[in-house]
Design a protein around this ligand. Structure first.
Ligand code: PEP
Length: 253
């Protein structure tokens, strides 16, 4: 079996600056990590074009990802950004269904699936975030929650939709809390997700990349990335410190 190429994605949320873009990209260039794994940067939308230009100027392999898109093509939706606009600004991948979009902006799994399919229709790769709340975790409902989230994609896009995407398992209780899942638990959940994909589409199960997200730092990343079904990470807080992000990328090699 060929090894899956690792992915380490920086989700800056509503943080960052041009200065931080310059600093992170320079350090990526010096470290060469973008030559060995898929390094993804997802800054706020106002920085998409700036990041795209800088990636080209520095001749980096960094992949620019949108943090969110609207599921519609265009229209009177003040403040929203379509997939076309994100693509025109250089975005190649799109984060879909981050837990903050789901909980703070009331985005349902159906809307997440619409965004996912819209991204794919334009040739952009969706990064589907799935994860359970603290309550669901405590009640043993993790697997049913994840199944429902992934099934919504299948209902809207069919089996083909799942063939070309990234899945990020982000337990909500671990995102931004400083309390990551244990590597053992994360591995069990990743194995469950891969098993689910295997039942639907066996040829995709071994190639699909499943990332872990939730309080990953240089201190806890090694044991996380050693797990056989963890193919990299979606990194929030630690991605805002270039030195930490590079260390996390190096742990994925
Ligand atoms: C995230 O925002 O996707 C995330 C995982 O955040 P953090 O690393 O800060 O927990």
């Amino acid at each position: 079996m060929t090894r899956r190429k690792p992915v380490v994605a920086a989700n800056w949320k509503m943080n960052g600056s041009r200065h931080l873009v310059d600093s992170l990209l320079q350090q990526i260039k010096q470290s060469g990590v973008d030559q060995q794994l898929d390094v993804v940067l997802s800054p706020p939308a106002t920085l998409y074009s700036y990041v795209d230009d800088a990636i080209k100027q520095l001749e980096l392999n960094v992949i620019l990802a949108a943090q969110n898109i609207n599921e519609l093509d265009s229209g009177a939706y003040t403040g929203e950004i379509s997939a076309h606009l994100a693509k025109e600004s250089g975005c190649k991948w799109v984060i879909c269904g981050h837990s903050e979009r789901r909980s703070l902006f009331n985005e349902s799994s159906k809307v997440t699936a619409q965004k996912f399919i819209k991204a794919q229709s334009l040739g952009m790769k969706p990064v589907l975030c799935v994860g359970e709340t603290t309550e669901e975790h405590e009640q043993g409902k993790t697997y049913s929650r994840l199944t429902a989230q992934i099934e919504t994609i299948l209902h809207l896009g069919g089996i083909d939709a799942i063939k070309d995407c990234i899945i990020a398992y982000e337990p909500i209780w671990a995102v931004g809390t400083g309390k990551p899942a244990s590597p053992k638990l994360a591995q069990e959940v990743h194995r469950f997700i891969r098993g689910m994909i295997s039942a639907i589409c066996p040829e995709t199960a071994q190639s699909i990349r499943i990332l872990y997200g939730g309080s990953v730092t240089p201190d806890n990343v090694d044991s996380m990335f050693k797990q056989p079904d963890i193919d990299g990470g979606l990194i929030g807080g630690a991605s805002l410190v270039p030195e930490k992000f590079i260390k996390i990328c190096q742990a994925a090699l």
